[in-house]
Design a protein around this ligand. Structure first.
Ligand SMILES: [Zn+2]
Length: 348
């Protein structure tokens, strides 16, 4: 079967390979992937900066953001049926008894990223216990479930922490970044009824700015406008250290900043003392969040359905480019105007 592969650690080793079709072991299912989303993590793996092949393999099949059809059941599987549409979660624990999304580095493997093959292939296998079933109505956008699950976990952390400390729900949010994660965070927070300001460095007439405004957010072009005011919640989705620190400064009393980026080493802070004292005097909280559990995938599916009902084709417009397996390289290259690029393995 055909699969999109890399040799981890080797830059520009992305290629289509003919590899053996996998078969499901006990408790597993064989999946026929329909769509696979591509993100910054794939980019890092392709650049040779991250990623690990499974034991005994010299290559890694990419693809952690998948929508798939169940093609075959391994022994002992009774929670899904052949033909079901599903989204698999990414991470599996290795000798870790914490919730899987809280397992530390070294105590997990991840499909398409770290030690497990992914779904950018004609077939893949995964554990049946880590599947969520997709309602047919949202099959066209369900490939967004995995990136949205990461947002759901971050937003849940932020909202719960704010509410438990201040005894009321947050009302205002600042979302830093208008890539897929930033726009999905804007969507979830708008669905929850918060007043949202979305910030990016794209011009006001860009698609990203338009999409943010269309669902009722205020858009700020940070290249030309300075941020002002304070917010109950800040969701950081740029991965830029200076932006994350600015986010902390923009929190109001009891505010919570959720960091969803990965920040480059180094970076400088001119006045750390004032920023930290302000954090103390205003009871500010900063929380990092990575990966997501099954309940966040369920929340993501609920919000995708709600967003489609309320905002029409808005979620689908986040998918700015699709490519077939034969043109797979197209899905792994994007411009600043692209939001989510998707590899289409089976046309629905
Ligand atoms: Zn991703």
């Amino acid at each position: 079967m055909k699969a999109v592969t890399v040799i981890p650690g080797v830059p520009e080793s992305l290629r289509l390979r003919d590899v053996p079709k996998p078969s499901p072991r006990r408790g597993q299912v064989l999946l026929k992937p329909l769509m696979v989303g591509v993100c910054g993590t794939d980019k890092e793996i392709i650049e040779g900066k991250y990623g690990k092949a499974p034991e005994g393999s010299d290559y890694l099949i990419l693809g952690h953001e998948a929508l798939a059809e169940v093609a075959e059941l391994g022994d002992g599987v009774d929670n899904v049926s052949v033909g079901d549409l599903v989204v698999p979660t990414v991470r599996r624990p290795v000798n870790c008894d914490l919730p899987v999304d809280y397992c530390p580095v070294g105590k997990y493997v991840e499909h398409g990223i770290w030690g497990l093959h992914g779904h950018a292939a004609e077939y893949s296998v995964t554990d049946a216990a880590y599947l969520v079933k997709v309602p047919k109505e949202i099959v066209d956008i369900a490939v967004l479930t995995e990136p949205l699950s990461v947002v759901e976990k971050g937003v849940e952390l932020g909202v719960t922490a704010y509410q438990s400390r201040l005894g009321r729900r947050p009302e205002t949010a600042l979302v830093l970044g208008a890539g897929p994660v930033g726009l999905l965070a804007t969507m979830v927070l708008r669905l929850m009824g918060l007043s949202v300001t979305a910030v990016a460095t794209r011009p006001p007439d860009s698609l990203k700015a338009k999409l943010a405004r269309e669902i009722g957010a205020t858009y700020v072009d940070a290249a030309h406008e300075k941020l002002a005011g304070t917010y109950d919640l800040v969701v950081e989705a740029t991965g830029a250290t200076s932006v994350a620190l600015e986010g902390l400064a923009r929190l109001g009393p009891g505010g919570v900043e959720v960091l969803l980026g990965v920040y480059p080493p180094g970076g400088r802070l001119e006045d750390a003392g004032s920023l930290l004292t302000d954090a103390v005097l205003n009871n500010k909280l900063v929380v990092g969040s990575v990966n997501a559990g099954l309940r966040h995938f369920d929340a993501a599916l609920r919000h995708l359905k709600e967003a489609k009902d309320k905002f029409g084709d808005w979620p689908k417009r986040l998918i700015t480019k699709t490519a077939d397996l034969d043109n797979y390289q197209e899905a792994y290259s994007w411009t600043h105007e692209d939001i989510k690029t998707v590899l289409v393995l089976q046309h629905i």
